[in-house]
Design a protein around this ligand. Structure first.
Ligand code: PEP
Ligand code: MG
Length: 553
């Protein structure tokens, strides 16, 4: 069986599928078993032992604090009191899954009631219970694999930033999600990890757990049980292409020497090495909210300063643009009270949250200033008044290079007004698409609206670039559009001055740009603006960019 979605992070990944489920259904009340009680008890005990063993193994592998937590969970799974309770419920006729459900739920409720540290452990008990029940029922395990035997293809409905915080490239060879568009956080995270990914893939969560899967993150094809020869062929072609692209090195620019600094999007210090290794010339978007997503307390000034300084040190002499916290909507920050809004993406998100919590912005801007030398920009800016307010706050802190993101159509349409009060703009094409097309970026069903070649999006980008050129101020693009080698040429042809993207995308964009002159980029930009559909815009632009085919891009 083959499935098809939208390829959002290039490359070939293959391995057994691991289907992520967030909840395990409650076994039916009063469910009984057939056969002997002793056998049913053995089944339950074997499942408890297996889950405990997996937790322990994962603990040994993780080390540190995680080891203690996982080993404590392993002990809970085999707690003598719980074991006795499960056995006695089976003796009374309940099937093993139901017996486990009742015994664990009772203990969990007792723990919850006791509050404090014990209360916090209640969630662990619920997690162990669901793992044991899934095992007994042959269902997909909830949560991420505890001790994967081999790297796997992670299949999910969608992935939230918090789900993926602990994922490692060593474990995950590819992502496939049923939901999510090309600008969803699954896509962004996959690119930043350099792991192939396909999103908006109907039927993905029906992939049976454990079957071999091959994911083509360029074409969007997901093949179940592929022949070994097909895997070898696809991997060989992708590796050869990567090797060819890697021969293009040095600063970004067109074939005729027009410089276009190529910068990296990062979400934390762990990503700096990859950005340097990929030849980034600086950081065009530091998504600072990713540093602090799960933190119950606001990050201290010192801790923030440390993180920003590390970025500056990774790129001595290079540009580092720190974006202030973009909390709210799909990136809730645990240390700010959750807003209960009917439409969070249209609510107090990004800069708007700072108006309510000015002390948080105060600390962050102070930390950027103390790190010395970084530029700063605000997300979710809709009006010139907001831009002016932000710029004043920054300048009061001594920051001298202050910008705003253009990610709302109102900001693009009146970019000149915003540019009158800031030093640069950076176009966030992900949100600019979301707000232009009224299409949720997390929703697979509307992913076609997030095609970055959409004519209306190109018009808004061009309008912004023209306003920036008139103001004599830089205009960057840091949304996912910048990572498409053909579109990167078009953006440069429109007058965009810098491009910022996941480090894994830099090689292809660098090679694509270097293969074309500024004149060709301008011709491609003009051609892309004429048609009325995304597909035609792309084809029209590519007709002026012959080097892309030569490079296999
Ligand atoms: C964007 O919206 O294009 C952007 C770069 O910001 P984020 O993806 O973090 O919302
Ligand atoms: Mg955005």
């Amino acid at each position: 069986m083959n499935l098809r979605g939208v390829g959002v992070s290039p490359g070939i990944g293959h391995g057994p599928s691991y289907v992520l489920t967030v909840s395990v259904p409650e076994p039916p009340e009063g469910a009984t078993y057939t056969g002997e009680a002793e056998r049913e008890k053995e089944r339950a005990m074997a499942a408890l032992t297996q889950v405990a063993g997996e937790l322990e193994a994962r603990g040994n592998q993780a080390g540190g604090e995680a080891e203690e937590i996982l080993k404590a969970q392993a002990l809970m799974a085999e707690d003598p009191g719980l074991v006795v309770k499960v056995r006695s419920l089976i003796d009374r006729g309940l099937a093993a899954p139901r017996a486990v459900f009742e015994a664990f739920t009772k203990y969990r409720d007792v723990l919850t009631g006791s509050g404090g540290y014990l209360g916090e452990r209640a969630a662990d008990l619920g997690d162990i219970r669901d793992r044991v029940i899934a095992l007994l029922n042959g269902q997909a395990m909830p949560g991420l694999p505890v001790a994967p035997e081999e790297p796997y293809v992670l299949v999910a409905r969608d992935l939230a930033p918090a789900d993926t915080a602990l994922l490692s490239r060593d474990d995950v060879v590819a992502f496939v999600t049923e939901e999510g568009g090309p600008t969803s956080h699954t896509a962004i995270m996959a690119r930043s990890m350099g792991v192939p990914a396909v999103v908006a893939c109907p039927g993905a969560t029906r992939i049976p757990p454990g079957v071999p899967v091959m994911v083509d993150g360029t074409s969007g094809e997901v093949r179940l049980e592929p022949a070994a020869s097909d895997v070898a062929h696809a991997v060989g072609a992708a590796t050869a292409r990567q090797a060819a692209l890697a021969t293009w090195t040095g600063p970004g620019g067109t074939a005729d020497g027009h410089p276009v600094p190529l910068l990296a999007n990062v979400g934390g210090p762990a990503e700096l090495d990859a950005a340097v290794a990929a030849g980034a010339e600086g950081i065009g978007l530091y998504r600072t909210e990713f540093l602090f997503l799960d933190r119950p307390e606001p990050p201290s000034a010192e801790e923030q300063e440390h993180a920003y300084r590390a970025a500056l040190e990774a790129f001595p002499g290079g540009r580092v643009v720190v974006r202030t916290l973009d909390g709210g909507a799909d990136k809730p920050l645990a240390f700010l009270p959750a807003a209960t809004e009917p439409n969070p993406a249209l609510g107090e998100r990004g800069l708007r949250r700072f108006a309510r919590y000015p002390e948080v912005m105060d600390v962050q801007l102070g930390a950027v200033a103390a790190a010395g030398g970084a530029s700063v920009m605000a997300p979710m800016v809709a009006t010139a008044e907001e831009a002016a307010w932000f710029a004043r706050e920054c300048r009061d802190k001594g920051l001298t290079d202050v910008g705003v993101m253009i990610e709302i159509p109102s900001a693009a349409l009146r970019a000149a007004d915003l540019l009158a009060v800031v030093d640069f703009v950076s176009i966030g094409t992900n949100d600019l698409s979301q707000y232009s097309f009224a299409a949720d970026r997390q929703l697979g069903a509307v992913s076609a609206m997030h095609d970055p070649w959409q004519p209306a999006l190109l018009d808004l980008i061009a309008a912004t670039a023209v306003a920036a050129a008139r103001a004599g101020k830089p205009c960057g693009v840091c949304g996912e559009a910048a990572a498409d080698p053909a579109l990167a040429c078009v953006l440069v042809g429109m007058g965009v001055s810098t491009l910022s993207m996941a480090p894994s995308a830099l090689a292809a964009v660098r090679a694509g740009l270097a293969a074309h002159t500024m004149e060709q980029c301008e011709a491609a930009a003009e051609a892309a603006r004429a048609p009325s559909s995304a597909a035609d815009a792309r084809a029209a632009a590519r007709a002026h960019l012959p080097g892309l085919d030569r490079l296999g891009l």
